[in-house]
Design a protein around this ligand. Structure first.
Ligand code: COA
Length: 219
C-alpha cells in the first residue's frame, strides 16, 4: 500500500466528511470547505491518498535527473493520480498575516498510527513554505494527547490556553506554536522526519506538483 499527498479537490468532500464524522464531535459543512478551497492565496488543503500501486508509475520509470532527485529530498511527494485514489486523511492550513494556522487534521481510524498524520504535516509544511508563512500555530484540546504528540514531534510547543474554547463540552484549548519555520533547526528537524517517514512508508518521491488546483468558486 502506498500513501501519497495530493491537494484536496471538491469531489473529495464526501470522503472528507466521512473521516470528519469519525474524528470530531462536530463537523465543517460542505460550504465551509468550499470557501476554504476557493482561496488558495491563503488557504491550502491536502489529502493523503491510498493506492495499491505506485501512482504515476509510468513517471517513476522514467529516468530521474540528479537535480530532480536533489529537489525530491526536500519536498513531500505530491502527485495527482488519475483516477483519484481513496483518501486516508486530510489537513488544512490558513495564512493569517505571517502565521500558518493549522485549521484541521484528521486520519481515518483504519489508517491511524501508520504515519499518515506525519505525511499530512509534511504536506502542510510544504504549503506553509509556499505561502511564505513564518511560523505555524494551532489549537488542540488539552485532552488530545495523540495530536499533541504529533505536533511536538514537528517542533510545536505549548504557549498558552484558550479557556472553554470547544463549545461541545467546554474543554480548554492548548495553543501551540513552532519557532520560525525558515530557521536551520526547523528545516533540519523536518528533513530528518521526512527521511525517516519515507523510509518507513517506502514512499518514493515521484512527481512534484505543489501548485494547488484552480480555486473553487463558492456557491
Ligand atoms: C491525531 C491524528 C491526526 C494522528 O494521526 P496518525 O496518522 O495516527 O499519526 P501518525 O501515525 O503519523 O503518528 C505520528 C505521531 O503522532 C503521535 N501519535 C499518534 N497517535 C498517537 C496515539 N494514539 N497516542 C500517542 N501518540 C500518538 C506519536 O507521536 C506519533 O509518532 P510515533 O509513531 O513516532 O509514536 C489522528 O489520531 C486523528 O485523526 N485523530 C482524530 C482527529 C484529531 O484529533 N485531530 C487533531 C485536531 S487538533
Amino acid at each position: 500500500m502506498y500513501f501519497f499527498i495530493d491537494h484536496m479537490h471538491v469531489d473529495d468532500l464526501p470522503e472528507v466528511h466521512r473521516i470528519d464524522a469519525q474524528s470530531f464531535p462536530y463537523q465543517w459543512s460542505t460550504a465551509t470547505y468550499i470557501n476554504e478551497l476557493s482561496a488558495p492565496q491563503h488557504s491550502r488543503y491536502v489529502v493523503v491518498r491510498v493506492s495499491p500501486h505506485l501512482p504515476g508509475s509510468s513517471v517513476s520509470n522514467a529516468p530521474v535527473s540528479r537535480l530532480q532527485r536533489f529537489l525530491n529530498r526536500w519536498r513531500t511527494p505530491v502527485v495527482a493520480p488519475t483516477p483519484r485514489f481513496p483518501i486516508a486523511g486530510h489537513a488544512g492550513i490558513w495564512l493569517s498575516l505571517d502565521d500558518g494556522h493549522i485549521t484541521t487534521i484528521a486520519v481515518h481510524p483504519d489508517y491511524r498510527r501508520q504515519g499518515v498524520g506525519e505525511l499530512l504535516m509534511l504536506g502542510l509544511i510544504d504549503q506553509a513554505y509556499d505561502l511564505n508563512a513564518q511560523q505555524l500555530t494551532l489549537e488542540v484540546r488539552v485532552s488530545n494527547i495523540a495530536a499533541q504528540n504529533l505536533y511536538v514531534k514537528f517542533g510545536f510547543r505549548h504557549q498558552g490556553e484558550r479557556k472553554r474554547y470547544y463549545t461541545d463540552n467546554g474543554e480548554d484549548a492548548s495553543i501551540m506554536w513552532t519557532d520560525g519555520i525558515h530557521s536551520a533547526d526547523f528545516r533540519e528537524r523536518v528533513r530528518q522526519l521526512r527521511q525517516q517517514l519515507y523510509r518507513r512508508l517506502q514512499t518514493t518521491p515521484v512527481v512534484l506538483a505543489a501548485t494547488p488546483p484552480a480555486p473553487v468558486t463558492p456557491q
